[in-house]
Write a protein that binds this ligand. Sequence first.
Ligand code: NAP
Length: 481
Amino acid sequence: MRIPNLIDGRITNPIGDKWLDVYAPASGHVYASLAESDSEDVEAAVVAAEKAFPGWSNTTIAERSAILMKIAAAIESNLDLLAEAESKDNGKPITLAMKVDIPRAAENFRFFAHAITQFSSESHESIGLQTINYTLRQSVGIVGCISPWNLPLYLFTWKIAPALAAGNCVIAKPSEITPVTANILGKLCLEAGLPKGVLNIINGSGAYAGQAIISHPKIKAISFTGGTKTGAQIAATAAPLFKKLSLELGGKNPNIIFADCDYDKMLKTTLRSSFSNQGQICLCGSRIFVERSIYNQFKTDLVKAVKSLKVGNPSDSSTDIGALVSLAHKDKVKSYIDLASQEGGAVLCGGESVSVPDLERGYYLSPCVIEVKSNSCRLNQEEIFGPVVTLMPFDSEEEALNLANEVPYGLSASIWTNHLKRSMRMSEKLQSGIVWVNTWMQRDLRTPFGGMKDSGVGREGGLEALRFFTEAKNICINYSE
Ligand code: NAP
């Protein structure tokens, strides 16, 4: 299978005719070739987007909204195809792709199809001066959307749906590791009536294709989701070009468990928040802090529950834990597990390579729980982004708060308690963009989404995304004689 680019409404091979291998994580085999694009391909996409922009930015809200709704419907009617492709490309269990990734991709389009109809700007009357100011919210122009491999279509659409709703033309790049569903989506968008040149999909590596998007002077805004190190590199390139930037980066999220919580609900959710998608979700709660009075009980129960998770073929509906996304990533995750003994930690379960019958070269790792001695160890300070969680006890609310905040990251946090005032005090003081109380990853798309500290800059979601993908222009009219 070949995965070319989508430029100006046409499926296009890369100008340099170079191709990259795409691996299926479940089997470890190459199963597709991906266009390895460079600045020439990005230039062609920019030319197409420039041509399309006047028309697209002047479509009525109703027309734009209707096209986005058609794309949402097309994603839904191709649920099986897209879910199978996502599972094969990423290694995630097919059940997860069917229940979460693909439905959410459709929901992203449907949400922004509605949201744009409710997007409004302000006016300010200066009483006594016979002046009125109003704000125009205009499309930015050509925008770049760059997304990672962990939730490929989910995050790709999270960016392009609001960008398109706001009347921009998009140059988008999925991760070279998981490009397949974006390629299918490109075709569905054209079939749904999205005019040519409005969405251009450039494939290839971050270093060439990605960097060419970031540094192109005509691409005026960049929405990026990925690692913190890459985010810093992108910011360094984009800043002197004065681009608008939205950076959604890594996390090292605390999961804080008090003795007074609803224990069964907490345990069930903690299993998900630790290991869903092989722990490869930026919002996973990878540092678990537990009030000392229930620490031993929790440790026993969590380890027992983790041992019952089935690691296996992602396309098997009984699989809980599929394959990690790549061999390089599996090696990175394994290197952290190996660090445990050096840092005085104890591996309580998992962390071993798993051989799945008929898929012996796949990238499987058993889910791992590590008890650590201190929050300052690398296992607790660095993002591992795999099926690994650490455990530590705490004695007081204040100590839990300090442990939670003592990291460079600030994306999300969970608190488990039935003490209302404590949950509100903690929520106020936690340094993170999202706080869940007695739940995890419950997302209402109207809410602002993003991180503090090294987890990012800016907010997406709801009207925040539409604000990001528009320029605010102030018009001041004096109507005195
Ligand atoms: P990554 O290596 O930073 O890559 C993300 C995207 O950026 C990919 O499309 C990548 O392309 C591209 N890229 C890499 N270098 C680039 C450059 N110099 N210029 C432009 N683009 C470049 O991240 P990842 O490993 O795919 O994803 C995992 C990370 O994403 C984790 O840190 C995770 O926490 C974070 N994440 C954050 C959120 C959030 O909402 N905050 C959500 C999901 C994931 P290639 O893949 O082709 O190199």
